[in-house]
Design a protein. Structure first.
Length: 228
């Protein structure tokens, strides 16, 4: 199982966004945070920018909708060019219906959980998803410190994925860096959102490669892989 790195443009220079996107073209995904200043206390970008990004790069877009009413907006972001759409469990009115609609439009459907939201109550709907995102910081701002208390939740999520024999990804987002990525991988994550760790580096492309290498080594030795 190979690790995937999804650099977050929340940490990029928005005045040079096209150049910043090209700087990480070796990444598996480009993580795009959409915030509405309602679900989270920050405002970022919307449909027009996503449409522009989809034309500016061949790297698939990994959209994280930190917004109210994702049931209404998510399908429009698929049309704008997203390859994966993550909605928040806390915001979705009908998560199963929304996941099915996203998939029907040809994108991957993912669900995110804030740090205080337990995974267990969503066990039954995991088969409807392509990915679960465990937030390892409170959503809304980049550059936050990694919350180690989320590692047990990552493990429990991986256990549920294994229990049901699901072919799905487990993503982590928040404070992922060279000092935390191995712990996340050991706990069960295989897709890693990295903002400051990539765009704060002198060479963002090299940072992506280093993070992927670290995660691959940790995944190969992780109990959740070795036991199967």
């Amino acid at each position: 199982m190979a690790a995937q790195i999804s650099p977050s443009i929340l940490s990029a220079d928005f005045a040079r966004l096209a150049d910043e996107v090209k700087a990480v073209e070796g990444a598996d995904w480009l993580h795009v945070d959409v915030m509405d200043n309602h679900f989270v206390p920050n405002l970022t970008l919307g449909l027009p920018v996503v449409e522009s990004l989809s034309r500016a790069t061949d790297t698939p877009l990994d959209l994280h909708l930190m917004i109210e009413s994702p049931d209404r907006w998510a399908p429009q972001y698929v049309e704008a060019g997203a390859g994966s759409i993550t909605f928040h469990a806390e915001a979705a009115a009908a998560p199963v219906r929304l996941a099915r609609e996203i998939r029907a439009q040809g994108a991957r459907a993912a669900m995110a959980l804030k740090p205080a939201t337990p995974i267990e109550q969503y066990e039954d709907i995991l088969p409807e998803l392509d990915m679960v995102l465990i937030m390892t910081v409170e959503p809304g701002f980049g550059g936050q410190a990694f919350l180690d208390i989320m590692l047990p939740k990552i493990r429990r999520t991986r256990e549920l994925i294994t229990k049901h024999g699901l072919d799905m990804w487990l993503q982590v987002d928040g404070g992922v860096s060279a000092t935390t990525i191995e712990r996340c991988a050991e706990a069960g994550a295989d897709v890693f959102v990295a903002g400051s760790a990539v765009y704060g580096a002198v060479d963002p492309a090299a940072a992506v490669r280093t993070l992927r290498e670290q995660a691959d080594v940790a995944i190969a030795a992780a109990p959740w892989v070795c036991d199967h």
